[in-house]
Write a protein that binds this ligand. Sequence first.
Ligand SMILES: [Ca+2]
Ligand SMILES: [Ca+2]
Ligand SMILES: [Ca+2]
Ligand SMILES: [Ca+2]
Length: 351
Amino acid sequence: MTMTREKLENLANFGRNGTVNRTVEITDVTAPITEALLSDFEVFFIGYLNDSSANAFTNAELFAFEAWVNGGGNMVVTCDSASYDAVCAHFGHPATTSSVNPHTPTAEGAVHPLFDGPFGAAASINMAGTQGYFTATGGATVLAEDAGGNPTVLEKRLGAGRVVLLADVNIIAVGGLTAGDAITNNNDRFLANLFAYAGPNRPVANDFNGDGHGDILWRNTSNSTVVIHMIEDFVRVASRGIGTVSVATWDMVGTGDFNRDGRADILWHNTSTGATVMWQMNGFSRTAQTIGVVPLVWEIKGITDYNDDGSADILWRHTGNGVVVAWEMNGFTRKAAQGMGGAPTVWQIEN
Ligand SMILES: [Ca+2]
Ligand SMILES: [Ca+2]
Ligand SMILES: [Ca+2]
Ligand SMILES: [Ca+2]
């Protein structure tokens, strides 16, 4: 996993000024697996381990994984074939050989942060050497299939935690990745997106540069300029104009981290056309895109993460009938519009 480590430990990828504003710290484990040991980790990764090796997991260890995930743990598990799938099988997803390159995302996978995350989109990925696929997918979401339509990347929610299961370790190791520490090919992007996604996301409100300190977003009501003050411990350390947006026609709806890169993004709504525009922020820089145009009878009433995938979602309300709908977001992509009931308009949404 030397190549894998190099890419995860490259501060240009995961670091304060990296693509994702979190460093990845890797700790190798040789001790017996217990829930107490697992509780020290945010993500537990299992690579290529032969089920008949002397170091194979015991039943007690397999149940420790399950209990830890149920309580909120996150795992990434690879399992190349029936001889390397003890953990996958324990979670209900045994593997067999052989699958066929390339592996392309399903409809669900294409809008998932693994295939379209902060490191970019991966249209397909490849395996190498022994290449497995899963023979059972019940209770899991299939995120990718091989060229023959066999499931090869799964996500399983279990209790408060989740497991991402790969039917081949080489997707994110030698044979799939490029040499060096840069994110270059689709397997590289998948690896980096995977670890950007795997752990818990703890965004700080209004933190536009991802330094863990909230910042201030200003708007001039006379000339419509927008300015950010970067704050560190109550001190303004930098400020800069980031654009001009007509006060007459655009509401600044709010902020949230829509693309899970650890930086707050800005949502705008045009009060005359109904256009909704997202600015994905990286410090003072932005990438803007229109994410939808909706009749003005719908108003945006909130920005928060409703499904615990780390990406903020958008709450809409119909001002005529009081119905509420959430846009489930992944970056600029609206994955789905989820109806969530509502209340008569005498009720207003306070928070
Ligand atoms: Ca392999
Ligand atoms: Ca900040
Ligand atoms: Ca962001
Ligand atoms: Ca979400």
